[in-house]
Each structure stands twice: as C-alpha cells, then as structure tokens.
Write a protein that binds this ligand. Structure first.
Ligand code: LFR
Length: 465
C-alpha cells in the first residue's frame, strides 16, 4: 500500500480532512472528516472559533488513526488575510477576528496617511481589499494598541494551526502574501513598510515556502490523535493550493478557483505592480515555486451561500443551481460592489441593487440565484477582457476548480459569456494541491508539472463549450 498524506482544508463555511495516496500514478482521495465553519459573534466582534476548529482538526486526525490510515504528513490550508497574535508565552491574545468584521472600516485612510494607495500597490502588488492584514493591523493599532504591544508573534490562520500541531511558529509564504506586507521581489516581509506603518517588527516571523517540513506532532497532540506524523506546510493559502491542482500543462492557462470567492486569473513568473494593473484591480499573490497568482478576487458563491442560508431551506446548491437555470430574468448586479461583502441580508441587498438600477427586481430563490449566477458570469467575462488587455495573451480555455466547479448552470453561463471553453474540475482542488505539495516534499511526485499531470490523469473534468 502506498503511503497516505493528509490535507486539512478549512474554508469559510466548512472544513474537511482528505487522505490521499497514489495508486498506479493516480491520486486517490478519501474524505475522512467534515465539519462546519462560519463566523461567530464574540465580544461584539465577528470571529472564527479557532479552538473549536483545532478540536475538529484533531478529531479528524484521530479518525485517520482509527481507520489505520496513518499519514506520512499533515498540512493545513485556509482562506487568506486573517491572523492571530501570540504573547511571550505562546498564548493567543484576544479573538481570531474574521475578515468580514467591520473593524477595518476607515483603516484604509489611516494606512494611506503613511503610504499613498498607489505607492502601496507599486510596492506590494496586492489588490486593495479592505480586509487585508495590513488594514486589520491598523485597526488593532488604532483601537487595541495594548494587544499589539503585548504581541511577540503574528501567525496567519494556517500558521497558527501548524504551530498548535508542531509547536513551531513559522509563516508560510503564499498565505503571508495575501496580507499586503510582503515584497514581491525579495519574497520576504517588507520591513521598511512595516516600520513606517508603526507595526512591531519583531512579530513578523521567518517565512517558509510550501513543502517545508516543520517537525513532528507535539507530544500532546500525539497522545490525543493516537499517532505521530510530520507536519509539512502546503501552499497554506487555499487559493495557492487550488491553483497547484489546475489540470494544465500550459503556463498560460486561465483558472477560476471557485468557492466562497471566485479567484480568476493566470500564473506569471513576475509580479505586475503597474498602475494599469492596479486600475484593473488585479493582484499578484505569491504561489508555489514563487510563481505569482495574477488574479482578481470576485465575490463568488458567498452570495449564493448567504441567500441559501436566508431563504434556501433544505435545498442543496445543486438544486438551487438547477432552479436558477429555469429563469429568464436578465437583471445584473455588480458582484464586486462592497455592499455584498457582509450585508445584513444578501437577498434584500441583491433586490435593492436591481431596484436602484431600474432593473427587474427578482422574486423568490430561483430568480435571486439566477441574477447572481448571471452577474458572476458577466463579471468573469469582463475580468478576462481586462486580463487579456494587460497580459497581451488570448486565452483559449478556462479551468474552473473547487466546489463551485459543480455549479453546472454557472459553468454554462461562463462559457457563453466569455466565448471560451470551460473545463470544470476537480472540485477538491484545494485539498489536492495541499497533498500534492506534501507528496513533492516526500519525493513521490517530482515537481509541480508532474503534480498537475497527475491531477489531469486522476480526476473527471467536464467540458462546456
Ligand atoms: C478564498 C480566499 C481568497 C481570499 C479570501 C479572503 O477562500 O482565500 O483567496 O481573498 O479567501 O481571505
């Protein structure tokens, strides 16, 4: 039997443990544990329940042990930008505040007093999102300076879980880049910028690249889960892992990593920090092997997830998608309007946006979902035009990976709106990319190219023209 590798892939709405191994050169996945995630309110803040998440991480690992499938290594990936602070005893300070919390409101202006927005983009290549770590840290500096003063260490969300698993505090590169404090040339913390902003320099730890072995599970964790294994950091930013799993052999492929967010872009070897790139709201996130994920963040299925919660009852995403496909409403909203980031009620927000622009106001779940899917597809088409203008490339296929690759109707709309064939799958791209980095470290896969070939050979991919 070939060895197992374990991906713990935690998204904003759920987490999962996926065991993977190779069989005749193909990757075989087994989901051993799944658990819900979501923001919870605590002390007047929107936070992640990281204690519960860590309990779930250990529970899923224990299940692997009970199955007798003990992995060689484990790696965790999560969404970007969020972090925790540790004090000098290695204890967490305060809550793990979630990026949709309102604390960053107005913090962009505070940051721009120190460095103008254009200069910040030129320096970091990272798209402005009001929730980036840089603005979250400013919120702490302004509102909770005592927390910053007490801090010894900043760990991004996945780093924190790796720290709890292994006792080693390190910052993984791909996730760190989402914070807007990394220099795309040196691939390290931009200490000059950090100093200018008045953030304590000592809290920014050594950067490690995906595939780095941090150590073994701590004795306590070993006792709880019933075995030991290595802790190997994957591309810990979920999008970074998902892009590893894009089944292509081209360096010029277009992808949409589709989940809570839709991340649409391509890979490049150099960051583009030009004003033109900034005007298109494109970002240069750090990727595997120091490739850049040159992409745009699009609000994505978060809009559908929210509507499902509000009025979807027990319907599955598949059913909602199917219902939407039967509608003829043509209203379109701007998915990237900040009004959809954390509205009190998404359904009403979408309706209001249609009303305010003089379009037909959607009634009921099917029409609301239809407006969202159609708006997303239009937004994809616009984004691709912008990308083509900047890169000078004509793209001839779009790979949609991640859970959203299941949204059949959206895939069809995307192929129609863009005029480019869509290849949908694999849906578990993030977990696959996570284990792929571990397998490369273990020497089971040679490199990124081999990993992508293996993904292509192992999973079903559906074509839409
Ligand atoms: C996707 C993602 C995006 C990031 C957003 C917030 O899950 O990681 O890449 O922009 O979440 O962190």
């Amino acid at each position: 039997m070939n060895p197992y590798y374990l991906a713990v892939d935690i998204g904003a709405s759920s987490g999962r443990h996926i065991l993977a191994h190779l069989e005749n050169g193909k990757m075989v996945l087994e989901e051993v544990h799944r658990f819900p995630n979501g923001m919870v309110e605590k002390d007047g803040e929107n936070v992640w329940d990281v204690d519960e998440l860590f309990a779930q991480i250990k529970l899923g690992m224990k299940k692997c042990g009970e199955l007798g499938k003990i992995p060689v290594s484990v790696g965790v990936d999560t969404w970007g930008v969020d972090f925790v602070l540790l004090d000098d005893k290695g204890e967490r300070i305060g809550n793990a505040v979630a990026y949709r919390d309102g604390r960053t409101r107005g913090m962009d202006e505070e940051v721009y007093k120190v460095i103008p927005e254009d200069a910040l983009y030129a320096r970091t290549g990272i798209q402005k999102a009001i929730f980036n770590t840089i603005y979250q840290l400013m919120a702490l500096k302004v509102r909770r300076p005592e927390q910053l003063a007490e801090a010894e260490t900043l760990l991004m969300m996945p780093d924190y879980f790796h720290y709890l698993l292994s006792g080693v505090a390190a910052t993984e590169y791909t996730e760190a880049t989402t914070g807007q404090l990394i220099c795309p040339e040196t691939k390290d913390w931009d200490m000059e910028l950090i100093e200018k902003l008045g953030y304590p320099k000592k809290i920014f730890r050594k950067i490690v690249t995906p595939g780095t072995m941090l150590g073994e599970l701590t004795r306590e964790v070993q006792e709880e889960v019933g075995f030991t294994c290595k802790v190997v950091v994957p591309a810990t930013h979920d999008t970074g892992s998902a892009v590893i799993a894009v089944p292509t052999d081209s360096d010029n492929a277009l992808y949409i990593s589709s989940g809570t967010w839709s991340l649409l872009g391509t890979e490049r070897m150099q960051a583009n920090c030009s004003p033109e790139s900034k005007a298109n709201n494109l970002t240069n996130e750090g990727g595997y092997e120091y490739r850049f994920r040159y992409l745009k963040n699009i609000m994505g299925l978060w809009m559908i997830q929210s509507v499902k919660k509000e009025i979807g009852g027990d319907l599955s995403f598949g059913e909602i998608c199917e219902m939407a496909s039967g509608c003829s409403i043509t209203s379109i909203v701007d998915c990237n309007d900040d009004r959809f980031l954390a509205p009190a009620n998404m359904t009403e927000e979408v309706r209001a946006a249609c009303r305010e622009t003089g379009q037909q106001v959607p009634e009921g779940l099917a029409e609301i979902a239809s407006v969202i899917y159609n708006s997303l597809a239009k937004c994809y088409a616009r984004t691709i035009k912008g990308l083509e203008g900047i890169t000078g490339c004509k793209y001839d296929c779009i790979h949609i990976v991640g859970g959203g690759a299941n949204a059949d109707y959206l895939n069809r709309l995307t192929a129609e709106a863009t005029g480019i064939p869509v290849y949908a799958g694999p849906t578990e791209a993030t977990a696959i990319g996570n284990v792929a980095a571990q397998m490369i470290t273990a020497g089971e896969l040679t490199d990124l190219k081999a990993a992508r070939k293996c993904v292509f050979d192992s999973f079903d991919i559906i074509k839409y023209e």
